[in-house]
Design a protein around this ligand. Sequence first.
Ligand code: AMP
Ligand code: MN
Ligand code: MN
Ligand code: MN
Length: 276
Amino acid sequence: MSYDLHTHSTASDGAYAPAELIRQAHAAGVTHLALTDHDSTDGLIAAQAEATECGLTLIPAVEISTSWHGKSVHIVGLAIDPDKPELQQGLARLQSQRMARAEEMGRSLAKRGIEGGFEAARALAGGGMITRTHFARFLASQGLATTVRAVFDQYLVQGKPGYVHTEWVGLEDAVGWIKSAGGIAVVAHPQRYKLTGSWLRRLLIEFKEAGGEALEVVAGNASLGDIQSSATAARRHELLASVGSDFHSPDSCWLKLGHLQELPKDLTPVWSLWND
Ligand code: AMP
Ligand code: MN
Ligand code: MN
Ligand code: MN
């Protein structure tokens, strides 16, 4: 069995439509895939239809944007029932925050002489969530930087012209919505928040108090050292362990679909919860 529990489709900032993502994952040997679009479950119906065709197990999921002490922390909800109203009402709040932020990003770029950013990002998002990735694609297409990474560094991070600070929802809200939908809350890619050891401990304690249950130990572009320190944190805080590539597109720097390091053997994988 091959698990990949963190991936994106065109319902947010992934390059593949949900059905195409499922086909690519299946071809890459993934047997269990979670589609975790940012703040949206809109890709799940098409993904499930294709998963049934391919004989792949789809785990319905979402990646929720939260703010924690001024940092943007992502909480993945696995094995959710997307039809639960409390979850959808919460996601609707994030979706309107995303829209308002995108408009503000457009105005902020326009003040620096870059016109049409909001309209372009919205068109690139094609009805899905508008993310900074869409602004990055637009800015790169204008020849404003050579790589997507450089676009982020020059335009889309704190202190740069296209950056707009957003206070997303709180940790407790996100975990609560996931639990109300019968799901398992996972702290995504812990190494990406650049937290010191004591801040990570604080995050994981608060997360557990809110009802969170798992940590993404094997995450996207995590190094072996990152995996070891996340494994140590999972043991210390008695969290289940998840694995996910955070796949967005075939040409992004994140790991490829299904090409993931193994979990340390002593950890309890998050899927033990739904395989029992
Ligand atoms: P948002 O949630 O709209 O703020 O956008 C965040 C998304 O931007 C993340 O989910 C990543 O897909 C992408 N992203 C963030 N930082 C970078 C970076 N340095 N290079 C490429 N993509 C990035
Ligand atoms: Mn993304
Ligand atoms: Mn993320
Ligand atoms: Mn992600």
